[in-house]
Design a protein around this ligand. Structure first.
Ligand code: AMP
Length: 124
């Protein structure tokens, strides 16, 4: 299993966000195309809290390779467009938690798009 950054063989079957991408688990989807999906976070931390993911399984930012450049550029563009479409273009934050110490709890790379309230800095 060299490709797709699988931490173990079971990842693709077990991955929560892969299941959402395959529509095996429901989600409040706000954007979808062939390669990227965006859905509302189940425990929103701001009035707008959307997760933007590549449909293809990539475990984390630390696992990116050259092959992932296009899809991660695409993820970023979708987040930018959604910020405008969801009405938070006055100020919002995109976050990718990478690894356990940063609070990554789902090991399928995702960009949080947070907006609709004042956001403190530095983050906790
Ligand atoms: P992270 O902690 O950066 O890995 O972010 C994972 C995010 O996924 C958290 O903000 C969770 O609230 C969110 N989450 C977990 N399960 C679901 C789900 N079934 N649908 C939508 N968001 C989810």
């Amino acid at each position: 299993m060299a490709r797709n950054n699988l931490r173990e063989v079971g990842d693709l079957n077990d991955c929560l966000f892969c299941k959402i991408a395959r529509k095996e688990i429901p989600a409040d989807i706000v954007y979808e195309d062939d390669d990227v999906l965006a859905f509302r976070d189940i425990r929103p931390q701001a009035p707008v809290h959307v997760l933007v993911i590549p449909k293809r399984h990539i475990a984390s930012l630390a696992d990116l390779t050259q092959e992932d450049k296009d899809v991660m550029g695409h993820v970023t563009l979708v987040a930018s467009r959604l910020a405008r479409d969801l009405g938070v273009s006055e100020g919002y934050r995109v976050v990718i938690n990478c690894g356990k110490d940063a609070g990554q709890s789902v090991f399928h790379i995702h960009m949080h798009l947070l907006g609709g309230r004042s956001l403190g800095w530095p983050p906790g």
